[in-house]
Design a protein around this ligand. Structure first.
Ligand SMILES: C[S@@+](CC[C@H](N)C(=O)[O-])C[C@H]1O[C@@H](n2cnc3c(N)ncnc32)[C@H](O)[C@@H]1O
Length: 204
């Protein structure tokens, strides 16, 4: 058996429970702070670490063309079954290198990294940022959420500051703006003190 992709530890084992948990949060509620940044349809959207496909399906329903990157087979196949949509192309690929995706030479109007950046260590984050910047169209934007709080057992996560992310983004010609800081909308995580920072990174 091949080694798991860094960051995906625990996801395959917990997939059934995670489908119930993530799908219970309506996408517009999860992205309340950034609804105004979603471009008019049809646009090219990329969702990295797409999980159960909740957001990819929401974007596709709006009329966007979506590529959903998800390295965990149990999540990806489950998501494809739950949200069958001609508007979504699912791709087995992973951060930091996004090798298969980058081979396509595409750019995207909006790149979403929702609850995924904390799965990379500092070296992986520094490696991934230039690749992410190159995937953004001009004009275009990345929306990223940063997790703060205790790490659940069995997961690989790191505390990531807005300051570090802003410095990495600026180096790649992205203009960062912190959008929101708020407690987790998942009840259990909120009770455990988990909070999130949302950042917008615009290509300039
Ligand atoms: C907390 S979930 C968030 C899922 C979805 N974005 C959402 O907001 O509901 C994190 C997702 O990132 C994926 N992931 C973990 N490590 C990754 C990596 N190195 N590259 C890409 N995705 C990764 C996991 O498999 C999981 O689906």
């Amino acid at each position: 058996m091949s080694a798991p992709i860094n960051g995906t530890e625990g996801y395959a084992q917990e997939a059934p429970e995670l489908f119930a948990r993530y799908e219970n949060i309506p996408a517009p509620e999860a992205h309340r702070a950034v609804l105004h940044f979603i471009p008019p349809a049809p646009a090219d959207l990329l969702d990295i670490g797409a999980g159960t496909g909740r957001d990819a399906a929401w974007f596709a329903e709006m009329g966007h063309r979506v590529i959903a990157v998800e390295p965990v087979e149990a999540m990806r196949l489950g998501a494809m079954k739950l949200h069958p949509s001609p508007g979504i192309e699912w791709l087995d690929d992973s951060l930091p290198d996004l090798t298969r995706l980058r081979r396509r030479g595409r750019t995207f109007d909006l790149v979403m990294l929702t609850a995924v950046w904390m799965h990379l260590d500092a070296a992986e984050r520094a490696r991934a940022m230039p690749y992410l910047a190159a995937l953004v169209a001009n004009p275009g934007r990345i929306i990223m959420t940063l997790r703060h709080g205790p790490v659940p057992p069995g997961r690989r996560m790191f505390e990531v500051s807005a300051e570090e992310t802003i410095a990495l983004a600026e180096r790649e010609g992205l203009r960062p703006t912190p959008i929101a800081n708020r407690p987790s909308i998942q009840r259990e995580n909120r009770a455990n003190g988990v909070s999130w920072t949302t950042l917008s990174l615009v290509k300039v």
